[in-house]
Design a protein around this ligand. Structure first.
Ligand code: ZN
Length: 397
């Protein structure tokens, strides 16, 4: 029986990298491929049984709770009409095992079935199609897909009806219909249909309740009129855009300080540099003029730190999170209400509380753009992930 190892979201002990290298597999996370169906060539999916229940894993990551009672594991074909099913042994040791990535199988299945994020009407179509296939005989994979589609259809129905219940007549709403964004004035809704007048065209539309997605807003302030319809693109062009600079992440390898691009799920450090000496010494690959890239295991990395730009304004040190598009003035933030008041910074409120009036939402911090001529001093501040600064101090001391 073929042994299958299910990749975890984060593989940090290096055993998966060892297994991939031993099997001659590429260790780039975007190149992971699940086994293809030996019958039709479609990507496979993972499934398990718990007693009489058969469950295809249509989701992205498997928690222990999801399959604690599992008594059998299988590979099945993602194609609805292919009957391939192979019993496998699930192993917790990656060496010599077939590696299986649930992110890939989730995305592939979602693309093929549209089961995630589609409106109830589309899910109903899928259910009807699966029911037709099931008329030809029992099929536990298709029954599982159908049950999931039904569950998602019912949940989406419930959500859209809950939303329609809170929309007052005459208010501005936004939604997607057949993949296109729409803005409209809401008139009324029944169980099956909603009636709106499109903006700015002014057409009256009766739309199936089960056909819309990404609808909102989710809060209507009775004391505030709807924001005006404006050309968002024009607003975008005319405004002083802030380019987010955030902070620079750095990794030290072989004594060289490199830019850290990202850490992948196998705990490999992807780094870049414009220093030819560092590139040569570490065997990094040229990816452009004066630009080299490399990928290293965690064990090769001596230190990791973040480097933030700070500016001093009227005696206060502030963290820079961006620069203005026009004049390259620093955009700063502060969590101190007194500093914010003194410098005229504006509150930035929590994005996750968009079902409440704006002035009631939690202030995360204050933010504003400071003209360069008001900057008294600048510095770069390092925050170490490791080694922790105290240890470094004593090493140097
Ligand atoms: Zn197949």
């Amino acid at each position: 029986m073929r042994k299958v190892y299910i990749l975890r979201d984060k593989e940090e002990d290096g055993s998966v990298l060892d297994a991939m290298e031993a099997q001659g597999l590429c260790t780039e996370e975007e190149d992971i491929e699940n086994p293809a169906c030996p019958v039709c060539g479609s990507p496979t999916m993972l499934a398990f049984t718990e007693g009489d229940e058969f469950q295809v894993v249509t989701w992205e990551s498997l928690e222990d709770d999801d399959c604690s009672e599992a008594d059998g594991w299988y590979l099945v074909c993602s194609s609805f009409t292919c009957e391939y099913e192979e019993p496998i042994e699930r192993t917790l040791s990656p060496m010599d095992a077939t590696l299986f990535d649930l992110h890939s199988s989730f995305w592939h299945f979602d693309e093929a079935s549209g089961i995630n994020g589609n409106p109830p009407d589309d899910l109903q179509e899928l259910i009807r199609y699966l029911e037709d296939l099931l008329k030809e005989g029992p099929n536990r994979k298709l029954e599982c897909f159908r049950d999931e589609a039904e569950w998602r259809r019912d949940r989406e129905w419930e959500r859209v009806r809950e939303w329609l219940n809170i929309v007052p007549a005459g208010r501005k709403v936004q939604f997607y219909l057949e993949g296109e964004p729409h803005t409209a004035t809401f008139l009324m809704a029944t169980d099956d249909q909603l009636l709106v007048v499109t903006r700015p065209q002014g057409e009256m539309l009766a739309i199936s309740t089960g056909s819309i997605t990404f609808y909102g807003p989710h809060f209507f302030d009775p004391n505030k009129p709807d924001p005006p319809d404006e050309d968002e693109a024009a607003k975008f062009r005319s405004g002083n855009l802030i380019l987010i600079t955030g902070w620079r992440e750095r990794a030290v390898i072989g004594g060289y300080h490199l830019s850290l691009v990202h850490v992948d799920r196998f705990d490999q450090y992807h780094v870049s540099t414009s220093d030819p000496e560092a590139a040569q010494a570490l065997g990094m690959k040229a990816r452009g003029e004066n630009h080299w890239e490399g990928c290293f295991r965690r064990s090769a990395v001596e230190a990791r730190y973040d480097e933030r730009r700070m500016v001093k304004v009227r005696g206060h040190w502030l963290q820079v999170w961006g620069v203005s598009n026009k004049d390259r003035d620093p955009a700063v933030k502060s969590e101190d209400p007194e500093v914010a008041a003194e410098l005229g910074l504006k509150p930035v409120r929590s994005w996750s509380e968009n079902d409440r009036p704006e002035e009631e939402r939690t202030i995360v911090h204050w933010s504003g753009v400071i003209p360069m001529d008001q900057i008294e001093e600048e510095k770069q501040v390092r925050t170490y992930h490791w080694p922790i600064p105290e240890l470094e101090m004593s090493d140097q001391g």
